[in-house]
Each structure stands twice: as C-alpha cells, then as structure tokens.
Design a protein. Structure first.
Length: 420
C-alpha cells in the first residue's frame, strides 16, 4: 500500500468526521472552543499522517536496500501478476530490462521448451492466489543456458491478494554439481559392474581351459586310433574340426582372461575381410537353421587393421550370433543379414552388421552395452557378451555404435584402427 492509498483510507475519513462534527457543534462548548478542538484534532491527524509517512518511507528504503543487497533477483507484481518492481539482480540474472519486466517481453529469454510451462504455472498461481515455485532455463546473450529457481508468495490485505513478492535465483552451478554427482555415481556403478564382470569372466575362462584341453586330447587320441581303420573319412574330418574349434575356444578364453587381468592385447596387422568370412563360416550352421540370407559387401583393397585378431573375431561372432537370434524371432518376413566393410577414413576401418530382426526400443539401446543386461531369457544369456565386446573395442581405441527401431532390425557399426 503506498502513501496515497494511506491518505485516502485514514486521513480523509477522519477529516470527514471533523467536518460533520463542525456542522453539529457541541452545545456545551463555546464556538471558539469548538473551533479550537477541531484545529487540535486536525493537527493530531496531520502529525499522525506525517509519522506514518516517515515509517512508510523508512520501510520503503529498508525494503529497497535489502533488495539491492540480496544476491538474488527480487520482483513484485500486482494482483493480476503484472510487474511493478524489480531489483538490479533480477535484470542481471534474466538479461532483461526494467521495461521488459512490466510486459511479456522478458519471456523471450526463457528457453522455448520451458516457456509454456512457466506461463501456465504462473497464471495458475495468480488465478488461485497460491504460492509459485518452478525451476526453468534461461538463454543468455552468449546462448549459454542458465538454470533458475523462481519463487513467489501472495501479498494479502484483509484476506485479499493485492500482489506477489518473489525471487529468482541462478542455480546453474547447483545443477551442474548435481549432474556431475549423478554422472560420477553412474560411472562408479558402471565400474563396479565391469569389475564384477571381469572377475566372473576371468574365472570362467580359467575354468574352461581345462575341459577344452581334455577335449583336444580325447579327439586327438580318437583320430590316432581310427586312422588305420576303415572308418569313414568324414568322421576323421569331424574330429579334426572338434580339435580346431576347441583350440580356437582355448585361445579366445586365454586371451580374454589375459585382457581382463592385464588390459593387454596381442595386436597384429589383420585383413578384416578375411576375418568376416571366417565368422560367417563359423556361424554357418545357425545361419542355415534360421534360413538367413547373407549379403557380404566387402570393400576391395581394404587397408589392414591393427587389432587383436582372436578377440575381434569373437566380437564380430558375438554380434552376428545376436543378429541371428533377433531374426529367428521374426516369422513374417525373410531373414537378411548384411555385413559391410569400408575404409571409414585415414585412421579407421568400419565393419557394419545389419539385420532385419525384432529391433530394440530406445531404452534398451541405452543399456545394451551394460554388464548383466540382456533381452534374452535367463537360461539363454547373462548379458555379458556385448559388454565385453564394447570393452574390447574401446581397448583398441575404436568405437562401437548401435542404431535400431522396434520391428526394423538393428545396425551395429564397429570402427577399428588401421595398421598405418
């Protein structure tokens, strides 16, 4: 309430009462005494009014001093929510002028995605006479984003809302700290899962070496016993394949155990086209059973990659196996698997594996490389394969990415460094 309001609500009624008393003087007093009483009353009213003015002036100066000293933006509106007062900090935080605050021009500094939310919440608070509190983003002059917290409470007189008093605080640093803390927590959880996965995988790899060695020994012994008999050559060939695949599995588990324990890889110059063909050869039985058509688009004269051949072979095998599983779940269309190699740039070679399987939701894609996350039934997977693949690619200073749409299949792209 300003001084004019005070004058109208206090002084004028008292003066009107004096005028009425003057028109009906006290018969017990003489005329001069009546006039003297009126003059004394006017003097009392004027002095009380002057004291009220001084108090209001002091309150106003105190309010504005506090508003100048506070490290937050202060604003005051009328009952309809229209701006009446702002301090300098409000202008500094919002990047708007005092003139902008008295109309809707200042809304232009609010992030477009938050503008509707801000106006709707403010209008709802003003309409209902309720408190207002909201976090939203501002766009600064240099196009930086600033997070602010706006709060306002209704000012009431005789239970009627006469306006709003509010503040706006820059909480960008608080937001950054919260996001950093959240990111650190996620990294810690990820690191913990990786350590657990590494320990489990290393232990499994160690346990597998013994039975794989026994398989090789028994298959070798069977070949020696059957070589001088009339047994079918196909049986000898099958036993030799058992030995070859068991030795391959042994190399994979041994290399994986060493990588998880020491982080070291056995790099060598490798033809990725040859590697892709070997992966398809290893998976030919599953491909045939799922009735999958394979298309290989392998770039001629492809530069060699500097990779751990055994581990990258397993990475590609894992992705191809997942693609086969994803397509096996689709019965309404033909199954197509396309693998492409190309010279991505001077430093990297790209291997792309595209299927037309069930595809993935976005929330699945975000977690697909996390340890222990799987879309398969519990008895069919632990959720370790792609997590290990991602770590192996990262250890090669490469990159693995996934794009997918539900019902449209999935596309994995693996970037690996060239030997040059």
């Amino acid at each position: 309430m300003n001084i004019d309001d005070t004058t109208q609500s206090t002084i004028l009624p008292e003066l009107m009462k004096l005028v009425q008393n003057a028109q009906a003087p006290d018969p017990q007093q003489s005329e001069p005494d009546n006039y003297k009483h009126i003059l004394n009353s006017i003097d009392t009213i004027v002095k009380r009014h002057q004291e009220t003015e001084r108090e209001l002036e002091y309150s106003r100066d105190l309010y504005q001093t506090i508003a100048r000293l506070l490290p937050v933006g202060i604003f005051q509106t009328d009952a309809s929510g229209n701006g009446q007062y702002i301090n300098k900090q409000w202008c500094d935080i919002t990047g708007s002028s005092e003139a902008d605050s008295k109309n809707d021009d200042w809304l232009q500094v609010i992030h477009p995605d938050d503008r509707k939310k801000v106006t709707e919440n403010w209008n709802r608070a003003v309409k209902s006479g309720a408190k207002y509190k909201l976090e939203y983003r501002l766009i600064k002059e240099n196009n930086d984003i600033a997070w602010v917290l706006a709060e306002a409470i209704p000012i009431k007189h005789n239970d009627t809302v006469t306006g709003y008093l509010g503040s706006i605080t820059d909480i960008s640093k608080l937001r950054e700290a919260e996001e950093l803390s959240s990111q650190r927590q996620k990294e810690l959880e990820h690191f913990t899962r990786l350590n657990t996965a590494a320990a489990m995988t290393s232990g499994i790899a160690h346990q597998l070496n013994q039975p794989l060695s026994v398989i090789v020994q028994y298959a070798g012994g069977a070949i020696r016993r059957l070589e001088n008999t009339d047994v079918s050559p196909a049986i000898i060939h099958a036993l030799k394949n058992i030995i070859a695949q068991s030795e391959r599995a042994g190399k994979i588990t041994h290399g994986l155990k060493d990588f998880l324990q020491t982080g070291e890889l056995q790099y060598e110059s490798t033809n990725l086209n040859t590697l892709v063909r070997k992966v398809i050869q290893y998976s030919r039985n599953k491909i045939s059973q799922a009735n999958i058509k394979v298309e290989l688009n392998l770039e001629k004269n492809l530069p060699k990659a500097n990779v751990d051949k055994i581990q990258i072979e397993q990475v590609l095998t894992n992705i191809v196996d997942n693609a086969i599983d994803a397509m096996s779940a689709v019965i309404t269309r033909e199954h197509n698997l396309c693998i492409t190699t190309q010279n991505y740039n001077e430093k990297f070679i790209a291997v792309t594996i595209q299927d037309n399987g069930v595809g993935m939701l976005e929330e699945t894609q975000v977690k697909i490389f996390e340890p222990f996350f799987t879309t398969k039934e519990q008895q069919h997977g632990m959720g370790m394969g792609l997590a290990i693949c991602a770590n192996l690619i990262e250890a090669h200073n490469g990159k693995i990415t996934l794009t997918s749409e539900p019902g449209e299949g999935a596309r994995f792209e693996v970037l690996l460094p060239t030997s040059g």
